[in-house]
Design a protein around this ligand. Structure first.
Ligand SMILES: [Zn+2]
Length: 407
């Protein structure tokens, strides 16, 4: 019998902040038996708990969700040629990187990870490995889809024409948790814009989204720039990833259709914070700042309008480190003007609801999958970097170090 008592000053249950503590969480074999408020004596403990392990925390919340990362890539590798050479290493080497990255996610309190694509099959392999008793849960799209010769070679297969589209989506439906679509290219930082046309036309995109829906696959689309965003919203993808150059009119339509938005500030912020690495000229640096300011403004607007914001860091991409980049992302949401409660919802209950994943809400009779922090993020956002323990899959993982911001 595995019995645990967690005393905490306050907690966030996945939806709401509880700050009239102290509280005592009584956990038996992964199940939260009850949550007691106030200073309780040992006589209030259920039978058999006299010798239970007792842990004192300052703040408790559900395990975090990372909605967008590439597990096979190491975001901390900053050498451009080493990054391209890496794409030639054996599968086992990539899988070992993915294992390390899952560990880094756990060290930041992330217990549910949605991979956003790799063409080598590392994401499926690590998902299958971890689902076998690991502390984290991984959702994997396997291979994403893109138009021939367009952006996304490292994560997507090429499809052209209706038959290939339907065949590719049907194939993905066999073993993918979600369908990743490469709808646009990436931002040209020197031009300060997305300079390429969307990869698919409206008919093809609609066919992709409708076929995926028939197969029970949710769609998430890599998309930046107004033309692509207009198409993604009209086609009704489930989630827009990145979404740079957003507009207020599009946010209204996203709120109506409840299309999620994963804004992934981290990689662009890293380019702005470390322009010397890519050798950006002053004009490019001011483009990066303008793009970020615009993004902050629209994320705040999205919150006001009720667009389902979800936190994802694009970790694995240049400068975005697994684990800490998600915490950076939460701080960017806070900086954009979201209240801390909303920030935490975007990385806990909301993605779980949107993806039909089991709830890890901290409430009596639910399974305990939670993290302990040494301070409350409601007092100081940096508390999110002060992880004490993770309790997931019946395992207690202890951490003694605090993690610094990466950018
Ligand atoms: Zn990505």
């Amino acid at each position: 019998m595995n019995r645990l008592i967690i005393n905490t000053d306050s907690y966030f249950d996945g939806h709401r902040y509880h700050c009239q503590g102290p509280y005592r969480l009584v956990i038996e074999d992964r199940l939260i038996l009850n949550i007691q408020q106030g200073l309780c004596g040992t006589t209030d403990l259920p039978e058999g708990f006299a010798d239970a392990r007792v842990i004192n925390a300052v703040f408790v919340m559900p395990g975090l969700v990372e909605a967008h990362c590439h597990l096979f890539l190491d975001g901390a590798e900053l050498d451009f040629s080493a990054r391209s050479e890496y794409l030639k290493v054996p599968f086992e080497t990539m899988l070992a990187t993915a294992r390390t990255n899952v560990g880094a996610n756990l060290k930041s309190g992330i217990t549910l990870i949605r991979d956003a694509g790799d063409k080598y099959g590392v994401n499926h392999a690590i998902r299958n490995e971890v689902s076998n008793g690991g502390a984290a849960v991984i959702r994997s799209p396997g291979l994403a889809i893109r138009a021939p010769k367009k952006y996304g070679a490292f994560m997507a297969r090429e499809v052209s024409g209706s038959d290939e589209i339907v065949a590719a989506v049907n194939e993905a439906a066999k073993d993918s948790d979600d369908l990743k679509i490469l709808l646009t290219g990436i931002i040209d930082f020197e031009a300060g814009a997305v300079t390429t046309m969307p990869q698919f036309d409206m008919a093809s995109l609609t066919l992709i989204v409708e076929t995926a829906a028939k197969r029970g696959l949710k769609t998430f689309a890599h998309c930046s720039g107004l033309e692509g965003l207009e198409m993604a919203v009209s086609a009704g993808v489930n989630s827009i990833e990145h979404g740079f150059f957003m507009s207020e009119a599009l946010l209204d339509r996203m709120a109506d259709k409840q299309i999620a938005w994963v804004p992934t500030f981290s990689p662009v912020h890293f380019q702005w914070a470390h322009p010397e690495l890519a050798g950006w000229a002053p004009d490019t640096i001011s483009n990066l700042r303008r793009i970020l300011d615009n993004h902050f403004r629209h994320v705040e607007m999205a919150y006001q309008k009720g667009v389902p914001l979800v936190a994802g860091s694009d970790a694995g991409s240049y400068g975005a480190r697994h684990g800490s980049a998600l915490i950076d992302e939460l701080c960017f949401f806070y900086e954009a003007g979201l209240p801390m409660q909303e920030v935490l919802v975007s990385a806990t209950s909301r993605p779980r609801q949107l993806w039909d994943c089991p709830s890890n809400k901290i409430v009596a009779q639910n399974e305990a999958e939670l993290i302990l922090l040494r301070a409350s993020p409601f007092g100081d956002q940096d508390a999110l970097r002060q992880l004490q323990m993770v309790y997931a899959n019946g395992e207690l993982l202890e951490y003694s170090i605090s993690h610094e911001a990466t950018s």
